[in-house]
Design a binder for this molecule. Structure first.
Ligand SMILES: N[C@@H](CCC(=O)N[C@@H](CS)C(=O)NCC(=O)O)C(=O)O
Length: 219
């Protein structure tokens, strides 16, 4: 059976978990917070989660795992069948990750962990978030899903990246990232009605204390 290594607070882990749940594939969870031990680096070269354990071996990097699950062809498809439409979903995934998730992540210490981020990093992150959300507004359809009528891999990136980017914008910069994107707010409301999304949110809540303890232990 497939085993998903990671932890319930990780947004990338939750993208893969939601894909597995939406596809209806059986899987087990192996809770691990990532890290630089030789044992973990042997299955995840940069020490990050998620990692998917398959019959053949381990796969790291969320987008590679999601593509692998699509190519297995089991369960509900989360990419359109037509090549141009598939490419558009992939572009949206990448845009959300590069231009929203990663700039927001540079401010996570201040937004979530009581730390301080230097002014240069913050100014860069703010400019990137504004450009990233403008790109999302130009490219996404929100009809009602990110890429159109069908729930797709782009919605996984949206759900578990843009939520955190919005919190960073509010807490660190005091602005509403989605102020000019009411359709994105409507999509969050829609996605949050999904029982799998609700289950993942409950699991995240339950795993929060252990995660905070692991962050403090690492210093
Ligand atoms: N590029 C990676 C990023 C994954 C990532 O940033 N994972 C975080 C958790 S959300 C992690 O493993 N952090 C633990 C660490 O860096 O030690 C992917 O797409 O899977």
């Amino acid at each position: 059976m497939l085993k998903l290594h990671g932890f319930a607070v990780s947004n990338y882990f939750n993208m893969v978990k939601l894909a597995l749940l939406e596809k209806g594939l059986p899987f087990e969870i192996v809770t691990v917070h990532g890290g630089q031990t030789p044992e973990f680096l042997a299955i995840s070269p940069r020490g990050k989660v998620p990692v998917l354990q398959t019959e053949q071996g381990f796969i790291n990097e969320t987008s590679a795992i999601l593509e692998y699950l699509e190519e297995r062809g089991e369960g509900r498809a989360l990419l359109p069948s037509e090549p141009y439409a598939r490419a558009r979903v992939r572009a949206l995934m990448k845009e959300i990750e590069l231009y929203l998730e990663l700039p927001a992540r540079s401010c996570y210490p201040e937004a979530f962990f009581g730390g301080k981020v230097d002014e240069f990093t913050k100014a860069k992150a703010k400019a990137e978030l504004l450009a990233g959300v403008a790109a999302l507004k130009r490219h996404a359809t929100f009809g009602p899903y990110v890429a159109g009528e069908q729930f797709s891999l782009a919605d996984l990136y949206f759900l578990y990246s843009v939520d955190l980017a919005s919190i960073v914008a509010k807490k660190v910069f005091d602005f509403d990232l989605l102020a000019e994107l009411p359709a994105a707010k409507a999509l969050f409301a829609l996605l949050n009605q999904n029982p799998h999304v609700q289950q993942i949110a409950a699991d995240k809540e339950a795993g929060m204390a252990a995660f905070i303890a692991s962050v403090k232990a690492r210093g």
